[in-house]
Design a protein around this ligand. Structure first.
Ligand code: AHG
Ligand code: MN
Ligand code: MN
Ligand code: MN
Length: 335
């Protein structure tokens, strides 16, 4: 396959002119993310050998116990993006507030803000199961050269100019979109280079996998319970297969390749759901739509939601188009 000979670096340069904003700044930013991904990959790979497994001893703003790798990945991404002076602001799951970069430098012309989930699937770190990184990129809405404000980060997902994830799996992949389809690149660890291995990724329109933490079933609302029962019924191509890794990135990645639906609903104990709109759901929703899939939060399209808080949570249903539409029918019965 000739596509395998193309590196991510070459791909970024070749596609630069098709970007909505082709100043080269977005290309540099994706290059910086590529670099940070390799650094974090290196850390994740040796996690069992050096003392970076386990809890860091702090909690983040959402009350989660931070793992050492959460903290390390956060540092590596922020350092890489900050040192290269490539963005004007960063928001992260592991930071209470957004970070302003070079706010005092009036000559600073960077236009983009990045939102990251530096290490997704923290509960899988200690057990050697795939984890990931998620990123989302917007053009700032406030004037260039001034300090960023919360407004620059609280944009609806449909404003994203790029989004993607890295999955540190049996092989490490970087998958991203700039609004012109989704492409996946696999890291050759021997030489530290990402190669285009999955051009133009697409969710199959139908799928046979449903991914949900069924341990919470008792707390789910009736529409979700009924849909899960529907997945389990013996009729037509059902029952479907249940697969749940507990790392959104890995569950999404599998479902995009094989066809499936990811479900993280609100429940009687978590009225907003668990996943965070800005750095988990929006980037995944952008990728899903670019790959012919769908992503909704309750009844509405995720990408249309106007965020109100940096760490806002939202129910999330995402995957193969016909599966998401079927789930939506069940949800609407109870509204
Ligand atoms: P994070 O590790 O970034 O905090 O994200 C965890 C998320 C997501 O990756 C995963 O799909 C989900 O939480 C798992 O939640 P449950 O353990 O409640 O199923
Ligand atoms: Mn977390
Ligand atoms: Mn996460
Ligand atoms: Mn995380």
């Amino acid at each position: 396959m000739t596509t395998k000979n193309r590196t991510l670096g070459e791909f970024i340069i070749e596609n630069q002119t098709s970007f909505k904003y082709s100043s080269g700044e977005l290309s540099k930013l994706i290059n910086a993310i590529r670099l940070a991904a390799k650094v974090v990959n290196h850390e994740v790979n040796k996690a069992g050998l050096v003392d970076i497994l386990g809890a860091a001893g702090e909690t983040n703003i959402q009350g989660e116990d931070q793992q050492k790798l959460d903290v390390l990945a956060n540092e590596k991404f922020i350092q890489t993006l900050t040192n290269r002076e490539i963005v004007c602001g960063i928001a992260s799951e592991e930071e209470d507030d957004f970070i302003t970069i070079n706010s005092n430098d009036n000559n600073h012309q960077n236009k983009y803000v990045v939102l990251i989930d530096p290490l997704d699937g923290s509960s899988n770190i200690d057990v050697n199961v795939s984890v990931g990184t998620i990123f989302s990129i917007y053009r700032r809405v406030t004037p260039v050269g001034t300090p960023v404000t919360l407004e620059d980060f609280l944009q609806p997902g449909k404003n994203q100019v790029a989004a993607g994830y890295v999955v540190y799996g049996t092989s490490t992949m970087l998958v991203y979109t700039t609004g012109d389809g989704v492409n996946g690149f696999t890291l050759n660890p021997a030489i530290g280079t990402f190669y285009l291995s999955h051009p133009n990724m697409q969710f199959p329109e139908d799928g046979k996998i449903y991914s949900v933490n069924e341990g919470n079933y008792i707390h789910f609302h009736q529409g979700v319970k009924d849909y899960i029962k529907y997945c389990q019924e013996e009729e037509g191509d059902r029952p479907y297969t249940s697969r749940y890794i507990g790392s959104l990135v890995s569950d999404f990645h599998r479902n995009m390749i094989k066809g499936g639906i990811y479900i993280y609903p609100k429940s009687s104990v978590t009225e907003e759901g668990k996943l965070r709109l800005l750095y988990e759901c929006n980037p995944m929703a952008f990728l899903a739509e670019q790959a012919n899939g769908l992503a909704i939060g309750g009844k509405n399209r995720i990408l249309d939601v106007q965020p109100t808080e940096l760490h806002q949570r939202i129910p999330f249903f995402c995957g193969s188009k016909n599966m998401v539409l079927k789930l939506q029918e069940f949800l609407e019965k109870y509204h």
